[in-house]
Design a protein around this ligand. Sequence first.
Ligand SMILES: O=c1ccn([C@@H]2O[C@H](COP(=O)(O)OP(=O)(O)O[C@H]3OC[C@@H](O)[C@H](O)[C@H]3O)[C@@H](O)[C@H]2O)c(=O)[nH]1
Length: 434
Amino acid sequence: MTSSTVQSIRTLDKSGNDITSVGFQRFGFDCEVSLDVLRSLYLRPHYVTTANEDKTERVDTKESNDPAPSTNGGYAAYQSKSIYHPQSHSISYTTLSRFPPVKLLPQAGRKRVLVTGGAGFVGSHLVDRLMLLGHDVTVLDNFFTGSKTSVSHWVGHPNFELVRHDVVEPFMIECDQIYHLACPASPVHYQFNAVKTIKTSFQGTLNMLGLAKRTKARFLLTSTSEVYGDPEVHPQHEDYWGHVNPIGPRACYDEGKRVAETLTYGFHNQDGVDVRVARIFNTYGPRMNPFDGRVVSNFIVQALRGEDLTVYGDGTQTRSFQYIHDLVDGLIALMNSDETRPVNLGNGDEFTILEFAHLVRDIVEDVKRTDDGIASPRRVNIIHEGLPKDDPQKRRPDTSRAKASLEWQPRWTVRMGLEEMVRYYKAKMAEGSL
Ligand SMILES: O=c1ccn([C@@H]2O[C@H](COP(=O)(O)OP(=O)(O)O[C@H]3OC[C@@H](O)[C@H](O)[C@H]3O)[C@@H](O)[C@H]2O)c(=O)[nH]1
């Protein structure tokens, strides 16, 4: 995808207004950034392609002569200078790159922020935002599900540090805020090594709370809607205690996050650690691992490849899908607010999985038609496969607390978010990395 395509995308919010930026100024913390700048970080190719090796130098020269980036364009100037050589199927990586402009904050307004799991799907978007806002960001990641490429555009920046580290081991650093995200989140990944998942949730959270206690940093735990299990209350409000099978296949994650919440409030009540707890509902967006088995990535990749969409069970189970930028807005608002109770962050638009399969299929066809002028030769089929054990039958957040305490509510429609994610996977396919 070229930078001019990136800038020509029109995105409308739930009220029909154009979305040109994400974030807001709230609780004394400004988290607003231009959507085009963010897009230039995740919709951009990772390298420039040359038709043949002789053109390498010409491409480099042309790029270095690009006009200085401005707020109304010139995003190509931040694009990777790595070069892909199709003839030899090789890449010339470079350490030379111009970073997107970040805010110049006075020392007093600049936070030292630690993001565990910062190379993951949610983490990398949070990191982009915090970096553009001018803060000092340290990412901890063991790269089990995270990927270096999701934050590689910041490596070398003076405000950024990337550390390969597993949170089950202690880690010491001076910081003001800790966003604790580290843990595999897709059912396929978290069930791959159940004991490690529990250990990550328990020991990892214990280590990071210990760090928060020592540094007096504010600590935000990213918990999950899965603490409500297969809920008997609908929609799920934060006061609902949940319905979790403690020995089922999902328990390593559900119970792991429940004990992580218990630990978090233990440190808060006993030691006065300043804590925040976000219960995140199903979230999707660019950089979601296409092979992590979750429904949004599965359906989009299947539809793009012309494969059948796999609905598990009869597809009457429901989920409510939130776009990544809304989540990042909510996480930052929560971190900087005074709300210490758990807060649901999710989108209330609920779909059965079968309805959702139809929607994704339509959107993939629409994007292919409008962006590439390609009408799909045939509609992909929607087929049914076995329902995984303990799969929650319904899920929708009650977000009244987030609205009251954080003045936060989702802006992105599912259609707008899905269109953007389809474009991202299409670009990955064109690039040959998917
Ligand atoms: O190809 C698929 C994949 C999934 N599904 C179904 O789609 C629904 C959603 O499945 P996902 O794997 O995307 O996500 P789940 O809701 O089961 O779990 C998620 O919950 C909230 C977060 O904390 C986590 O990201 C994740 O655990 C389930 O009912 C699942 O059975 C399909 O029908 N087909």
